[in-house]
Design a protein around this ligand. Structure first.
Ligand code: NAD
Length: 328
């Protein structure tokens, strides 16, 4: 069996080689994404696997069908680049990797929250000036705090378990109430969460209900001592309003793993000109932590992302039911 993997990033290669050695399936990797120009490379392969946010052009579905390929496997959570009507028309089964490692993102969110709570950004700044004083930087302890989770799905649920294990009170807002999370959290409404949480941590998709959800009105409802953690998508938080809220001390700090316009410098060495002013302002604040959409980047997550996608390609090629088929 031969599989062609599109849009392969350097850090994935080690895990692809490991999977290939274990399964005996040949995998060819290309850096380019799957599109009208590159779909022809799939000729002669049994299956394909890709990750990208750009929509697949109609010709891609048609050509894959002509080449005898039976699936579209996105080795990522999102699948909005796929037109399900065309996939159906050309007999392509769609699979994704819905949860390669919720703990990876949950642990990163917790790490950043602890850094904020312990005011480490301020200490770092003092230490840079050989200022060894700690006055004015009294902290608190995590089990004294209430953590508010916006979106308690795979990642939010894992986040609830981590904070709960540390003794914090965990509350959550999610239209879906999951009984399996009852030992770790209490469901509430958004107003109550904003007014009572010491740490507000976002784990929803970016959709109509969450775009710009954190804006000047939202920040005004939060505690002045509260920290905002966004490990989800940049578009959920209005960066200009966040800056204003931090400058006027409406909230105490923020950690952002994702930024609204990050597409242009995602996993790249950026130049200062490419970076929007908002980000530069945020980056300069000692109570703001910015990471480059790296919350997912652990050994377990990378291994699962590669293997879960490729295992499903093999299942479909062998006429079996894949584990992560997406229906729409
Ligand atoms: P999930 O689908 O398991 O959970 C999302 C939850 O959000 C669901 O329970 C859903 O009901 C809830 N939700 C949707 N709209 C809501 C709203 N308006 N208010 C409250 N809750 C709402 O998804 P997941 O696997 O936990 O991933 C969550 C998000 O994390 C992804 O959509 C993605 O944006 C982000 N993510 C980030 C990284 C990273 O590296 N930083 C990696 C993977 C995923």
């Amino acid at each position: 069996m031969k599989i062609l993997m599109y849009a392969v990033l350097e850090p994935e290669k080690k895990y692809i080689q490991e999977w290939s050695a274990k399964t005996g399936v040949e995998v060819k990797c290309v850096a380019e994404r799957l599109d009208a120009n590159t779909v022809e490379w799939a000729k002669g392969f049994d299956g394909i696997d890709f990750q990208q946010t750009q929509s697949l052009e109609p010709v891609v579905y048609q050509k894959l069908h002509e080449y005898g390929i039976k699936q579209l496997t996105a080795r990522m959570v999102g699948y909005d680049m796929i037109d399900f009507d065309l996939a159906k028309k050309y007999d392509l089964t769609v699979t994704n990797v819905p949860a390669y490692s919720p703990r990876a993102i949950a642990e990163m969110g917790l790490t950043q929250a602890l850094r904020l709570v312990r005011k480490l950004g301020y200490y770092d700044k003092r230490m840079d000036n050989l200022d060894f004083r700690w006055a004015g930087l009294e902290s608190t302890e995590i089990y004294n705090l209430t953590v508010g989770i916006i979106g308690a799905g795979h990642i939010g649920g894992a986040t609830a378990q981590l904070y709960s294990a540390l003794g914090a009170k965990v509350i959550a807002v999610d239209p879906i109430h999951r009984v399996e999370l009852n030992p770790y959290l209490e469901y509430t409404d958004l107003e109550t969460l904003l007014q009572t949480a010491d740490i507000v941590t976002i784990h929803t998709p970016l959709n109509e209900s969450t775009a710009n959800l954190f804006n000047s009105a939202t920040f005004k409802k939060m505690k002045k001592t509260a920290y905002l953690i966004n490990m989800a998508r940049g578009g959920i938080v209005n960066a200009a309003d966040l800056i204003a809220a931090l400058q006027s001390q409406e909230i105490a700090g923020a950690a952002l793993d994702t930024l609204a316009d990050e597409g242009q410098f995602f996993e790249k060495q950026a130049t200062p000109e490419e970076i929007p002013e908002d980000y530069k302002t945020l980056r300069a604040m000692p109570n703001v932590l910015i990471s480059p959409h790296s919350a997912f980047y652990t050994d377990t997550a990378m291994k699962n992302m590669v293997a879960m996608g490729l295992d499903d390609v093999v299942a479909i090629v062998n006429g079996k039911r894949p584990q992560f088929e997406v229906y729409k």
